[in-house]
Design a binder for this molecule. Structure first.
Ligand code: MCA
Ligand code: AMP
Length: 469
């Protein structure tokens, strides 16, 4: 079946089937402009898209997908270190979006123009389901981000399973303002609308005021967004007319769940996933929505808990183990990184999430935490401590650095850097240095200058001790 079923079909000729940061777009416009992109990219190894939340970004992404060329979203605020890594690693020679020629020239690739007024019927056959749809860059504990290769089949399987779990249909209007370079905002938040045929309102930024005005029936947000929504009572109350509020990408604090339910009359859906597996576990539109729980595996997904000794952990709602998943939504592997790929797969073909969970006798899953302190979730963004530490060490006034995720009421966790200085430098300067080289959301929100870092006998930094202060 076609990946973009509803887009290709006859459904929906509204002039604002999509509204991206205020810009209306009909499906016919999207398909025509994307067809022109598809005609230009055909045969390319990959198409990088500087993924600002704009209609041009959506057109470029759909153009790549129509042509069967893997789409590589680049965070629009990525500094040269992160951007060049993504372009080099993915082999993308074409860059769409941003300031066109200027951005492409500074990145050393060719600019691919996107013109919303163009109309072209690419007339291309549907690419094979095994072809990669996306290469999505995701942070690991060490080193630069890895490119997760996601097939068209995996994306389609996940969207269909989510549509079934959430009763998501062409009658819905999906509203959100999440970034378009990750699974949440792009795969669910754009392709989900194009596959189900629902309308899409992208609010540009995920602010409470914008959500209140969006008129959605279905809303997506990361916990930071929901926590900001409940802090703005009128905005929260404006969501009472919606059908379903969905939270994901990080744990939704129970008080935020309860407050959202009280102010909107909707107990939010919580769902769990990863870039590498897409969304695998969720509560249901027609089922129980329990605070602190992500519910049941989606159709076609199997899960299990494994202890540190490699033995199965019982589903008693109390015993914790590493959550492992299998099913049709799993990625094909990390681009150019067979060793990293081998690390996350078990001998019998399951994916090791690195998340620690419990499963109740009723099958409900609870995510308890992460196995590694070196993966930080801040505002729903995954940030590898190692990548930020490496960026800090590139500063001439930094002798050593250790990065941790400290608890934060707004962001879930905030990036805190402990730095041993080798010269005159301030925390603000170091934070700005990271923001310029990597993405802005990876910058330390707090820098603590220390004389030395606590280490164990093996020389490993004792991060738990840093967190305890
Ligand atoms: C601040 N800014 C700076 C600097 N400091 N710019 C340059 N240098 C600096 N030092 C600017 C930023 O560019 C931005 O500008 C503005 O300040 C605010 O930035 P920031 O403070 O980082 O934003 P925030 O308000 O803290 O962001 C909260 C947020 C954001 C909006 C909730 O964290 C967010 O969008 N999260 C979504 C993450 C997500 O989608 N994750 C999905 C991963 P300007 O305003 O001009 O832009 S996929 C996934 O996890 C799986 C599959 C799943 O389960 O979904
Ligand atoms: P990413 O690599 O950005 O796709 O982030 C995936 C990670 O986000 C998972 O491994 C979890 O640690 C976390 N995550 C996603 N959804 C949830 C959720 N509903 N509750 C808790 N953690 C979540």
């Amino acid at each position: 079946m076609d990946l973009l079923t509803a887009l290709q079909g006859s459904y929906g000729d509204a002039p604002d089937a999509l509204r991206i940061d205020g810009r209306p777009l009909s499906r016919e416009q999207l398909l025509g402009a994307a067809g022109a992109v598809a005609a230009r990219v055909g045969g390319a190894q990959a198409l990088a898209v500087l993924a600002r939340p704009t209609a041009e970004t959506v057109v470029a992404v759909v153009g790549g997908l129509l042509a069967g060329v893997p789409v590589v979203p680049v965070p629009p605020d990525a500094g040269p270190v992160e951007r060049d890594h993504i372009l080099r690693d993915s082999g993308a020679q074409l860059l769409a979006g941003g300031d066109g020629v200027a951005d492409a020239a500074s990145a050393g690739v060719e600019a691919l123009p996107v013109d919303l007024a163009e109309r072209h019927d690419a007339g291309l056959p549907e690419p094979a389901a095994e072809r990669p749809a996306f290469v999505l860059y995701t942070s690991g504990t060490t080193g630069p981000p890895k490119g997760a290769v996601l097939s068209r089949r995996a994306v389609a399987a996940d969207l269909d399973a989510l549509a079934a779990a959430w009763d998501w249909t062409a009658e819905d209007t999906l509203a959100h303002g999440l970034p378009l370079f990750h699974v949440h905002g792009l795969v669910l938040g754009v392709l989900g609308a194009l596959r189900t045929g629902s309308r899409l309102v992208h609010t540009g930024r995920p602010t409470p005021e914008a959500y209140a005005k969006a008129g959605g029936s279905l809303y997506f947000g990361v916990p930071t967004v929901w926590s900001r929504v409940v802090a703005d009572e009128p905005a929260a109350q404006a969501l009472a007319g919606a059908r379903l509020l969905v939270s994901g990408s990080a744990p939704l604090p129970v008080p935020v769940f309860e407050r959202l339910a009280a102010l909107t009359g909707h107990r939010p859906i919580e769902r769990y996933g990863m870039t590498e597996t897409l969304i695998t576990v969720s509560t249901r539109a027609d089922g129980e929505r329990r605070p602190g729980s992500v519910g049941l595996p989606l159709a076609g997904i199997a899960t299990r808990l494994v202890g540190e000794d490699g033995e199965p952990v019982p589903s008693d709602g109390e015993s914790v183990g590493e959550l492992q998943v299998s099913g049709p939504t799993l990625f094909d592997g990390y681009l150019n990184r067979p060793a990293a790929d081998a690390e996350v797969r078990t001998a019998d073909g399951w994916f090791r999430t690195g998340d620690v969970a419990t499963i109740g006798p009723d099958g409900f899953h609870r995510i308890v935490g992460r196995a590694s302190v070196d993966l930080i979730k801040s505002g729903g963004f995954k940030i590898g401590a190692g990548e930020v530490e490496a960026a800090l060490r590139d500063h001439p006034a930094v002798a050593d650095a250790a990065v941790v995720g400290a608890p934060d009421a707004d962001l879930g966790q905030r990036v805190v850097a402990f730095v041993v200085a080798a010269g005159e430098v301030t925390g603000d300067q170091l934070s700005a240095f990271v923001a310029e080289r990597l993405s802005v959301h990876k910058r330390p929100r707090e820098v603590v200058l220390v004389g030395e870092l606590p280490r164990n006998a093996m020389g490993k930094v004792l991060k738990k001790r840093l967190l305890e202060g």
